[in-house]
Design a protein around this ligand. Structure first.
Ligand SMILES: Nc1ncnc2c1ncn2[C@@H]1O[C@H](COP(=O)(O)OP(=O)(O)OP(=O)(O)O)[C@@H](O)[C@H]1O
Length: 329
């Protein structure tokens, strides 16, 4: 049986009349990197607070590493590392001193604390600056130290809340690579909360799309498209060429071909402009389209299937949400 690191069932949290998290159910497997993606105010931070036992739950249950957070918050905190947007350090201490301090707070004996701190500083790429005061660290270095701070507890689960805020593009790339490397190497489960869809897309095995307190869809990025647009998730583009004269046998007029394309099972619409066509379909009809074109006496010099990325899903979904909201005004 697959081991679950996080299991949330029917979780609800209200602030007065406002429902911040609405009947959320979600499970995350051990070792998985899961992305919680949603715009500001979606309820991501509230969910994280409930996962950590830092705020009361109105209804539902939360288990982390099999432990009920509402009943045993301290036990859960021992197993979970939490990296907020901005971590506070003692600026006059070096990176190494800060880490040893945290390790001591976590009851790690001094000799083991020093050994572990040096090892982790090397893992997060801060060995060279370990003796420099934290006040001199860049934003990227502080986030790496924040990660080291989390890792020194040897956690089973890491929760990252918008961890790349304020990092430059190179810093973001390095930080994301570091997360993936560490998760894979140590088998750590990662919950990565962000409104940056490209970052989520780069690192996460699975994604949950969170809007207005509700989980709209979850799964691998490829399957989100199917969940969110119940049909017509395939777009196939191609360019038709005429066959050379001596090979031309039966050439059916191009408009007839387009008509036949439209009649293929699953196809919703085919548009043709200057020998370039775009077919929108509820299933992958790439092979059927190319066969039909060639059988009709034409050639193909380009055929491609557009894969939906998180970008398309996110924007398309929000466009539909807006239309829906406008209709209901
Ligand atoms: N302590 C609070 N009291 C009242 N309302 C709150 C409180 N904390 C959050 N909210 C509201 O609950 C909703 C969810 O907020 P939350 O911070 O969880 O969203 P988020 O997805 O993390 O967004 P952000 O990235 O902006 O923090 C928002 O409408 C927010 O205004």
């Amino acid at each position: 049986m697959v081991e679950k690191s996080i299991e949330i069932v029917g979780l609800t949290k209200k602030y007065g009349d406002h429902v911040a998290v609405d009947n959320l159910s979600l499970s995350i497997e051990k070792g998985e990197i899961f992305g919680l993606l949603g715009p500001n105010g979606a309820g991501k931070s509230t969910t994280i607070l409930m996962l950590l036992g830092l705020t009361d739950v109105d209804s539902g249950s939360v288990k982390v590493c099999g432990i009920d957070t509402t009943r045993y918050p301290l036990e859960v905190k021992r197993r979970v590392g939490y990296l907020p947007e901005d971590v506070g350090f003692y600026n006059d201490y070096s990176g190494l001193q800060n880490l040893i301090y945290i390790a001591r707070l976590n009851n790690i004996p001094i000799e083991s604390a020093k050994k572990a701190a040096l090892e982790i500083l090397s893992e997060v790429g801060l060995s060279d600056v370990k003796d420099k005061k934290v006040i001199s660290y860049s934003r990227g270095m502080r986030q790496r130290l924040g990660l080291a701070d989390v890792l020194i507890k040897n956690p089973d689960v890491i929760i990252l809340d918008e961890p790349t805020l304020g990092l430059d593009p190179e810093g973001v790339k390095n930080f994301l690579q570091l997360i993936v490397r560490l998760s894979r190497k140590k088998g750590i489960t990662v919950l990565f909360s962000s409104h940056h869809l490209h970052q989520i897309q780069q690192v996460c095995d699975r994604v949950g799309l969170f809007v207005k307190g509700k989980l709209l869809a979850e799964g691998k990025i490829s399957s989100l498209a199917e969940q969110l647009f119940s049909k017509n998730t395939f777009t196939i583009e191609g360019a038709i060429t005429s066959m050379p004269k001596d090979l031309e046998e039966v050439v059916i007029p191009i408009n007839e071909v387009v008509k036949k394309m439209n009649q293929l099972d699953g196809v919703a619409e085919v548009g043709l402009s200057d020998k370039r066509f775009v077919a929108v379909s509820e299933k992958d009809v790439t092979a059927e389209l190319s066969r039909l074109i060639v059988k009709s006496g034409y050639g193909l010099n380009h055929l491609s299937k557009k894969e939906y990325g998180l970008d398309d899903i996110y924007h398309q979904y929000f466009q539909e949400e807006k239309k829906h909201d406008q209709k209901n005004v």
